[in-house]
Design a binder for this molecule. Sequence first.
Ligand code: DX5
Ligand code: ZN
Length: 236
Amino acid sequence: MCCTFAAHFFIDKTSNRAMKHLIAPSLLAADFSNLKKDIELINNSEADWFHLDIMDGVFVPNISFGIPVLESIKPLAKKPFDVHLMITQPERYIETFKNAGADLFNVHYEASTHLHRTVQTVHANNMKAGVTLNPHTPISVLEDIVAELDLVLLMSVNPGFGGQKFIENTYNKVEQLKELILKKNSRALIQVDGGVDNTNAAQLVEKGADVLVAGSYVFKSANPEETIKGLKELNF
Ligand code: DX5
Ligand code: ZN
């Protein structure tokens, strides 16, 4: 394997936070007729992870791509796979996604009834464990699980599609989540996904976001590598 996930986690041991925010471009907005080109683009860029959106047409009203695609692109990718599962009962596929190359297995709070067991099983399969909250789900539901998590993803759009408008209430949620993480002494990174671009990235990081996901803003731009660099350096 090219790289361990830990090497890309960049944790500051003193503060237990990511040292610099991370960028995870979402392949949902990539060119599916030439995925190899866009994977190499991410490999050669300042991006930290690949964000992979798995949709089942049930939990969200869209179907994206699945296991065979992950298996095919894994050997080409030089950065960790951050897998965002927008599927019902994601715990059914923990081992399958591990075998397909997932480094972080991220389930929706709204989709996994026995969340604590799911997180334990993800760790038992040597993956980082993430939990995602939809825009309407309050931070408080994480009180008794956040200490076990490696990452919490806050959706800043309703999941299912790329290219949607950023929901402003996400700023408040990042602040609330950061408070909870500190209170519970959790190592969880804060990730934000949906409508992230040059108009909100800096403020998100300032409020406490550790990982920014960006799909359309990166892949629909004239120079995606430069766009990723801009997000990394918060220089637009
Ligand atoms: C939406 C996905 C996102 C999506 C983001 O359900 O979870 O990761 O790809 O796309 P943009 O950045 O275009 O909003
Ligand atoms: Zn996503």
